[in-house]
Ligand binder design. Sequence first.
Ligand SMILES: Nc1ncnc2c1ncn2[C@@H]1O[C@H](COP(=O)(O)OP(=O)(O)OP(=O)(O)O)[C@@H](O)[C@H]1O
Ligand SMILES: [Mg+2]
Length: 372
Amino acid sequence: MPLFEKKETSILGIDIGTSSIKVIEVDRKKEGHALLTYGFVEDFHRDLRNLGREDAKLTSQAIRSVVERSRCRSKRAIAALPTYAVFTSLISLPQLSGEELDSAVHWEAKKIIPLPLDEIVLDYRILNAPAKGEKGLKLPFGKKSASEEEEPQLKILITGAAKETVEKYTEIFGLSGLELAGLETEMFALSRSIIGSQPGEIMIVEIGSAVTDIIIMENGIPFFGRSLEQGGSSITRAIVNSLHINEKRAEQLKRDIGIRTGSQDTSGTGGIPDVIRSALEPIVHEVRYTLDLYKSHSLTPSGKASGTIEKIILTGGSALMPGIAEYFVSALDARVFIGDPWSYIQYPADLKAVLETIGPKFSVAIGLAIRE
Ligand SMILES: Nc1ncnc2c1ncn2[C@@H]1O[C@H](COP(=O)(O)OP(=O)(O)OP(=O)(O)O)[C@@H](O)[C@H]1O
Ligand SMILES: [Mg+2]
């Protein structure tokens, strides 16, 4: 037994995407989270839905190599399951607690999750817990409080993932020589690094390589998420098909020219912004549809939401494309910003410029690393 043991405060946030792996190590101290190191690999292509044995091995080798190159010290990592691999549902239940609540959640989950419960890892969060001191407040003269007259329902967010998927992730991290200290959904990681406790009704649109996630947050709670199979790789493919050039060149043109109105198209092939605009159309369409859906529904954690999204925050590697925020503003007539996941982390000032150029790519990894 060691004479004394220094409690390890650093942890890794590891985001395994379809086209890249992002790793960040932070020191979690009382004063806040401090960046220790970070790294990523981009020439990685895995279909995360069908990770066979060989893929799992290659993925674990890629993780090990980024971790070593970035000189990470901790062996403990938190990872995320893609939004599409996780079943999420918002339910209402009477005010229960302990085992009663547990059992009620399981009964509800049985009705809505399309897999047998013994094949699922189930988790849930109460979204509208009464504020401290609110419960048990006695009014004088035998008057009944509003909550006593009409017991407010608990709003609970259920999340479930297939046990097989969770086991695969555990195996991948084991093969990389790391301990999987936590596994959660990309939706929660993003909400932490992009929104934190900002109040209001906010939409996050995470455009990765193969997938785009659309998330709605109400007062810091992510209660709605949907995924569509479109992202940066469909944009690159559209450029390849339209200009008959190879993928490497198409990728470079996408990053250099993007969709900035009036941007100088020096490729000599013309029309890049137009090709990108039409490749982005399915994403814009889905965002518009989700905004309309949200407007017409009152199923929100507090039930007090206005139904109007105040702002849309873009993130994911594809949010680095020149002109993308301006394009979303004009297509949706909304306030649109690029997310800054570094805002919840302390880092040396001379790294600012470099970190800003990769920020949106690291949103999930950062959100994982700063999980309490
Ligand atoms: N500077 C840039 N300009 C435009 N696109 C970029 C830029 N940098 C990265 N991308 C695009 O971002 C995508 C990668 O983003 P990200 O790392 O968020 O995806 P991923 O996590 O690997 O994939 P997914 O989340 O879909 O599984 C790629 O399609 C890449 O072409
Ligand atoms: Mg991703």
